[in-house]
Design a protein. Structure first.
Length: 232
């Protein structure tokens, strides 16, 4: 399920703005050892960055605040849709660890307020279970909706879900900003976790007339989607 509809002009413009700010050519390597050809950094979107065709990057703090508000609104829409099918007691945000992107963790309190749901933060990389969750204690049988930036292979989400279940919680679903459609949905389904996304890669070719992306001069693109003929 994609929350945003790339066929809708307003949603298409929103997706274009999101991709322009957050997508990069990248040599980043995923947990499974595969290269990430389309790296997505939501931090850049919430910093108000805009990549111009002449190669410059423009930053606007006010635009960043607006992007954070917009992202909160999108996730709130997504949470509402998930809750129509799945019971949700609280939201669970994932911390990427020291040096990692902050991502949607930035809007944790805003989204909790918008959805009137409590929240916890899960630290999948912590060695001790007792240190892996921050927030009110997990109640046995409590249902959590994991909120995260990007789903690629699903390993990080699955690890976070495992941490929650060790404390007696249940994770029936996860909601991400972008599903990169590289196996996460199938992998998580095997763990009885249904993956929802604000958008996925199949949405992107529909916005090529709106999207303006800069051709990278520092990193060689590993993949080109039909985004107006421009690699990212």
């Amino acid at each position: 399920m994609s929350v945003l509809d790339a066929r809708d002009p307003e949603d298409a413009m929103a997706i274009a703005s999101f991709v322009n700010a957050s997508f990069h050519n990248s040599t980043h390597t995923m947990l499974g050892g595969l290269p990430a050809a389309e790296y997505c950094d939501i931090d850049d979107y919430m910093l108000g960055l805009e990549r111009l065709r002449d190669g410059t990057i423009h930053s606007d703090t006010e635009n960043g605040w607006e992007n954070a508000r917009r992202l909160t609104e999108w996730f709130a829409r997504g949470v509402e849709l998930v809750r129509k099918k799945t019971p949700v007691s609280r939201l669970a945000f994932i911390s990427k660890g020291p040096g990692g992107p902050v991502g949607v963790l930035t809007i944790r309190h805003e989204l909790a307020a918008a959805t009137q749901l409590g929240s916890i933060v899960v630290f999948p990389w912590k060695r001790l279970d007792i240190a892996s969750i921050k927030g009110a204690p997990v109640v046995d049988g409590e249902s959590f909706l994991i909120i995260s930036d990007v789903a690629t292979e699903g390993e990080t989400i699955a690890t976070a879900a495992n941490r929650i279940t060790r404390f007696g919680g249940i994770v029936p679903a996860a909601l991400v900003a972008l599903d990169r459609q590289q196996g996460a949905a199938e992998s998580l389904r095997q763990a009885n976790i249904h993956l929802h996304a604000l958008m996925d890669l199949s949405d992107l070719p529909n916005i090529d007339d709106l999207l303006h992306l800069t051709i990278s001069t520092t990193l060689r693109p590993k993949r080109v989607l039909d985004l107006g003929g421009l690699p990212y």
